[in-house]
Design a binder for this molecule. Structure first.
Ligand code: ZN
Length: 92
């Protein structure tokens, strides 16, 4: 399995354990099937809160310093417990 670095904790994990967030046509999206091209940021589902604090996703995607409302929506969906379970919670 390919390994990727989580932008939240900087830890390495198998790609399958991480969520990939991409920018497509100027909009943030979760690349659930890992088929979208372009720059992506990998994140443990349990590291979403930390990444929001440090704005790691925006930095990884070169999307500027703020948190666009649309990215907030994407990350909030990831933070929802039922969503995190289906994506594989890492225990934090
Ligand atoms: Zn992490």
């Amino acid at each position: 399995m390919p390994e990727r670095t989580c932008v939240g904790c900087r830890g390495k994990a198998e790609q399958a354990d991480l969520v990939r967030i991409v920018v497509v046509d100027g909009r943030f999206a979760v690349d659930a099937r890992r088929r979208l091209g372009g720059r992506g940021a990998y994140l443990h589902p349990g590291c979403v809160a930390r990444a929001r604090k440090t704005r790691a996703v925006q930095r990884a995607l070169r999307a500027g310093a703020g948190e666009p409302a649309q990215l907030a929506e994407v990350l909030e969906a990831l933070e929802a417990p039922e969503q995190a379970r289906s994506l594989g919670q890492n225990g934090t």
